[in-house]
Design a protein around this ligand. Structure first.
Ligand SMILES: [Zn+2]
Length: 133
């Protein structure tokens, strides 16, 4: 941190950290519930597919949480690099209203809509892009 955080950025950072904490807590709660459920499952082979199914649901839910955590940590990194709140597509500032609703937003509303439309058209994959880092 070169010049110390700006007051507004500090508020966003706090929001992001709180959200990350909330997601992490819900993930470990799910994990605990999963372990408890496991104890009830008799371990004969007939239950195996059911077990796989539960695992799949768990992983799937986990993937969404992991994705969000990654977006949050990226946003925190953008705060550190002084480019937080700048649309990664058009490089215009993202509105404060949007950032307050979605502090980890990477795109302004216009670009987000365009990207969502491209995803709907199958042009883009709705996956967190690892490229362009
Ligand atoms: Zn934009």
């Amino acid at each position: 941190m070169k010049n110390g955080p700006k007051p507004k950025l500090a508020a966003y950072r706090k929001m992001l950290e709180n959200k990350a904490e909330e997601v992490r807590r819900s993930m470990s709660a799910q994990k605990a519930a999963q372990v408890v459920a496991r104890l009830d499952v008799p371990s004969d082979e007939g239950d195996l597919s059911q077990q796989h199914h539960e695992e799949w649901i768990f992983l799937n839910r986990n993937t969404i949480d992991m994705k969000l955590l990654r977006e949050i940590s990226d946003a925190l990194r953008r705060i550190d690099h002084d480019n937080y709140g700048i649309c990664m597509e058009c490089e215009e500032p993202i509105s404060a209203k949007r950032l307050e609703a979605v502090p980890w937003a990477r795109y302004c509303v216009k670009c987000q809509e365009r990207i969502a439309a491209r995803i709907a058209d199958g042009e883009l994959v709705d996956d967190y892009q690892e490229t362009g880092r």
